[in-house]
Ligand binder design. Structure first.
Ligand SMILES: Cc1cc2nc3c(=O)[nH]c(=O)nc-3n(C[C@H](O)[C@H](O)[C@H](O)COP(=O)(O)OP(=O)(O)OC[C@H]3O[C@@H](n4cnc5c(N)ncnc54)[C@H](O)[C@@H]3O)c2cc1C
Ligand code: SF4
Length: 479
């Protein structure tokens, strides 16, 4: 065992500095500073190098965390980066936005023993950002081109991870996406203060330079059918994510200035990328000087409230029908939002929106939580005669997402979906009921996490490789 490790008793836990609140709400830049080299080394050295690393078990990618922490503690950053990349296609993205408190860090043995977790995410980010800076991450060289091609629908993390794994093996890859930029929710959903866009763009550029073809602005189902893609390619992956916003069916829902979260976040991200956005430029999707309420308690709601603050809203309130302990969003993000001036109105639910043309107020009722039901979850119940009125200029609905109706969109009623509308796959092979058509990411799981999308993409790549090898063998046998 290197004498550089097991320092958790002497060295306290430290995360990179968070930028001062007053400064960070004035821009959309990421809120954490980078570790300096010595700090990253020191923090890596806190790892106890467990025989059974629970961090690794609870990382969906089973990243070899103890080994890359040891390499980082020894200053061997290039090797650490190579090891990190051997299981993860975007370590710097996961290091920034994984909910580590629920995954690797939440299961760190040192955390459990009361010493404070090793700051795995920040170190993963540091290792990979350094690798980019030093030019260690290069387009991959293909040793042998294979004359089979895969069409991938969706340039989000699931599609990109699958594309990279298959391209490395020599397959020809074409990614089709209906957006004008690659990255999926990494580019148009998640705001810059969590993930700056150059981080996503340098990844997609790397894939382009490695020979992957990107066809943007093409919606499968409209411009090209799934059937055509199947004929054009030897295998197809559906990695389209979930985009249908969940709705609230309330009186006044049709009033102006009530928006779904993705419309608001996409407009803001597009502005950050320098695009002209009509609905933002005319003031509609801009929260400046407005009293804003965001409905919802997940990470999308947290991204909306913090975006609204940065656009200089007059006030930003988050309405959530359960309490802080029972909200789905990350505790870290709630804390960041509160620091930045967001007010949370726990146990509250909008009942009605009021206004002439535009929304001007909301009637909100107070809620209480029931005893836990069979699922173990406490149900929110309205408190009689508890209504109150809130003045509001803009409402953002962040109630989650469902899958679009893909069998209809793809004009392929044979594509089997689950009762939730997600695509049904054989979980061992990621193959759908249509031979040669695979699926990965949110479209099979429902709204989830980037790290799970990457894992699905990698697993789909392994199965697609097997499928293509068999296809080739069968052709040879038949000839
Ligand atoms: C606001 C927000 C914040 C989030 N924050 C976090 C976070 O902090 N941490 C985290 O881990 N996860 C977060 N997530 C979840 C995460 O972004 C998703 O789980 C992940 O992006 C799913 O990846 P995917 O590749 O399956 O789908 P997506 O990223 O949604 O990509 C799907 C792609 O498919 C394309 N597409 C869809 N239909 C078609 C079609 N018919 N033809 C062509 N192209 C099509 C879309 O344009 C898109 O580019 C957040 C999600 C949202 C909405
Ligand atoms: S990918 Fe996510 S869960 Fe895995 S080690 Fe990195 S931050 Fe932790």
């Amino acid at each position: 065992m290197s004498d550089k490790m097991l320092k958790f008793v002497k060295v306290n836990q430290q995360t990179p500095e968070k930028r001062e609140v007053k400064k960070r709400v004035d821009d959309f830049k990421e809120i954490y500073d980078e570790f300096i080299n010595e700090k990253a080394k020191e923090q890596s050295s806190r790892c106890s190098q467990c025989g059974v690393p629970f961090c690794q078990i609870h990382c969906p990618l089973h990243n070899n965390i103890p080994d890359w922490l040891k390499l980082a503690a020894e200053g061997r950053l290039q090797e650490a980066s190579e090891l990190a990349h051997s299981t993860n296609n975007m370590p710097e993205v996961c290091g920034r936005i994984c909910p580590q408190d629920r995954l690797c860090e939440g299961n760190c043995v040192i955390e459990r023993s009361g010493h404070g977790t090793v700051t795995i995410g920040s170190i993963e980010k540091y290792i990979t950002d350094t690798a980019w800076e030093k030019g260690w991450i290069k387009p991959f060289k293909i040793s042998k081109e294979i004359n089979q091609s895969v069409g991938i629908i969706g340039a989000g993390p699931a599609g990109l991870a699958c594309a990279e794994e298959l391209r490395k093996l020599g397959y020809k890859i074409v990614i089709y996406d209906r957006y004008d930029r690659a990255g999926g929710l990494l580019i148009y959903g998640i705001p810059n203060f969590k993930l700056e866009k150059f981080v996503v763009e340098r990844r997609t550029n790397l894939l382009k330079k490695s020979g992957i073809e990107f066809k943007q602005n093409i919606e499968i189902g409209k411009e090209i059918s799934l059937e055509t893609l199947k004929q054009k390619h030897d295998a197809v992956l559906i990695a389209t994510g979930v985009y249908k916003p969940r709705e609230v069916d309330l009186p006044g829902n049709n009033l102006k200035n009530i928006f779904p979260a993705m419309e608001f976040l996409t407009a803001s991200n597009r502005k950050g990328l320098g695009d002209k956005v009509k609905n933002f430029d005319n003031g509609d999707l801009n929260t400046q000087n407005k009293d804003v309420i965001v409905i919802g308690g997940g990470d999308t709601a947290m991204d909306c409230v913090r975006t609204a603050i940065r656009q200089n809203a007059k006030s930003v309130k988050c309405l959530y029908r359960r309490d802080r302990e029972n909200m789905p969003g990350s505790a870290r993000e709630v804390y960041n939002a509160e620091e930045e001036g967001v007010k949370f109105i726990w146990l509250s639910n909008p009942k009605k929106f009021i206004g002439k043309e535009k929304v001007s107020s909301a009637i909100v009722e107070k809620m209480k939580l029931s005893e836990p039901d069979e699922s173990g979850r406490k149900k929110p119940l309205p408190i009689q005669n508890s209504d109150f009125e809130m003045k509001v200029d803009m409402v953002i609905k962040a109630l989650g997402f469902d899958p679009e109706n893909l069998p209809k969109l793809f004009n392929n009623p044979n594509l089997i979906v689950t009762k939730w509308g997600t695509i049904k796959v054989n979980l061992k092979t990621m193959e759908t009921n249509i031979p040669g058509v695979f699926a990965a990411g949110d479209i099979i799981r429902g709204a989830s996490l980037v790290v799970w999308a990457i894992r699905d993409g990698r697993e789909a790549a392994l199965s697609i490789q097997k499928y293509l090898q068999n296809k080739k063998l069968n052709k040879i046998k038949a000839a």
